[in-house]
Ligand binder design. Structure first.
Ligand SMILES: Cc1ncc(COP(=O)(O)O)c(C=O)c1O
Length: 407
């Protein structure tokens, strides 16, 4: 049996601002041990420099693809709604907001975003939801059902709206159908081709102008999935052609980041070229609304060691928080690789890294390779910047954590 991890296991995630230096894990220029000593556990730490770099990379790709002056990036705040982070994003001025509940709209506005900088896309809205949304003049409303079109028409006759469509084709992280929002199975998201003309007629009858088409068909796609992304966009063109007042196309989020040594980074040049191919000659404003791509790899989750113990022939490393504060590994099978804060003398062993929740699925990482952990008090999990704190629950009353922005 292998007694050392492959070099790749300890390599693939390393980058200038997240790497080992002289055997110590560094993040955003800080020794992670110093961050842990200051912030304790459980703590989410977000690098603002990395968030900015991620946004800038997206801007560069869209500009290189010919969209300068006619695109917007709308950060999907469901990925991470930490208020200081939203305020920081507002100050940076590199993105607007994609919100998916009235409460998110209220929070984004409280952090300084104007309603006109917020694109709203959600389903199954109640009367109370519409009441709240209608208070925000200028909010850009994407209707994802005929119900939403009819209801918004009553609140805002004469308004311009977007329609979320469902092309019955989706793209997501490889072999992860739980992350797919459209495809052969009929889903609740958006309006299908079969009902689209009815939707347009209802909008017209309500005096609404449909000037935007929106689609988001899945999450986590990387370079090998770009051919499918191309096909998805091609399948949306029919909808665009039905809308004489079309001004905006929102292609959703879904851009993934690597989670394992087998994943590569998303090729943004190729991504941009696909957008150029489909929209370069259309007179439209292009919108993208990424969440994962902006935040995920900008966050570390610092957790404290509780015990190290052999059970039968298996070693367990226990941590002082469980899957409920960062549910993606358990719910979506997206591994958040654990990193020791010190590399030690270069010998590694295989451990099951587990949390403190009484559920069988409370496993942070199976078969992690870690150096001797006897004298280490903390561990860091990568990729904890998105869909972690925002999805946390208080299961077993163990929902407490803290969040920090670092430069
Ligand atoms: C409508 C919509 N837009 C954008 C996003 C952001 O997706 P991601 O974080 O994968 O970029 C989501 C997430 O599910 C979504 O539902």
């Amino acid at each position: 049996m292998q007694s050392q991890p492959s070099a790749r296991y300890y390599d693939w995630w390393q980058r200038q601002d997240l790497c080992y230096q002289d055997g110590k894990l560094m993040f955003a220029g800080h020794p992670v041990s110093a961050l842990a000593a200051r912030y304790g556990s459980p703590a989410f730490v977000y690098s603002m420099a990395r968030v900015k770099a991620n946004l800038q990379r997206l801007h560069s790709a869209l500009e290189a693809a010919g969209f300068a002056g006619r695109y917007s990036i709308l950060y999907a705040m469901k990925a991470n709604r930490f208020a200081p982070l939203l305020t920081h994003l507002k100050t940076l001025g590199l993105c607007g907001i994609d919100a998916c509940s009235p409460q998110e709209v209220e929070l984004a506005v409280s952090c300084g975003f104007k309603p006109a900088q917020i694109s709203f896309t959600a389903g199954s809205l109640s009367k109370n939801d519409f009441d709240i949304l209608s208070r925000f003049d200028g909010l850009v409303m994407d209707c994802d059902s005929i119900h939403a079109i009819k209801t918004w028409g009553k609140y805002r006759p004469g308004a311009a709206i977007g329609i979320r469509i469902n092309p019955a084709l989706g793209v997501s992280r490889e072999n992860n159908s739980a992350l797919q929002y459209a495809g052969s199975v009929t889903t609740k998201f958006g309006i299908y081709r079969e009902q689209f003309h009815e939707a347009l007629a209802i909008a017209k009858a309500a005096g609404l102008t449909v000037n935007k088409i929106h689609f988001h068909t899945g999450c986590g796609y990387l370079t090998p999935q770009l051919e499918q992304w191309d096909r998805v966009i091609a399948s949306c063109q029919w909808f665009l052609d039905q809308c004489p007042d079309l001004r905006v196309v929102n292609v959703g989020g879904g851009l993934g980041v690597p989670h394992t040594a087998e994943d590569g980074t998303l090729d943004l040049t190729q991504w941009g070229e696909i957008l150029r191919k489909h929209f370069g000659n259309r007179k439209i404003q292009l919108e993208v609304e990424p969440g994962e791509y902006v935040l995920k790899d900008a966050g570390l989750l610092l957790l404290g060691k509780t015990y190290l113990e052999k059970k039968q022939n298996t070693w367990f490393l226990g941590l002082d928080a469980g899957f409920n504060i960062a549910p993606e590994p358990a719910y979506y099978k997206l591994p958040f690789q654990p990193l020791s804060l010190e590399l030690g003398n270069g010998t590694f062993s295989q451990l099951q890294v587990v949390g403190n929740i009484n559920e069988a699925l409370d496993v942070w990482f199976q078969d992690a390779w870690l150096p001797a952990m006897d004298n280490q008090d903390y561990l860091a999990l990568i990729n904890a910047g998105a869909y972690s704190s925002s999805m946390a629950s208080n299961h077993c009353m163990r929902g407490a954590f803290r969040e920090y922005l670092i430069d």
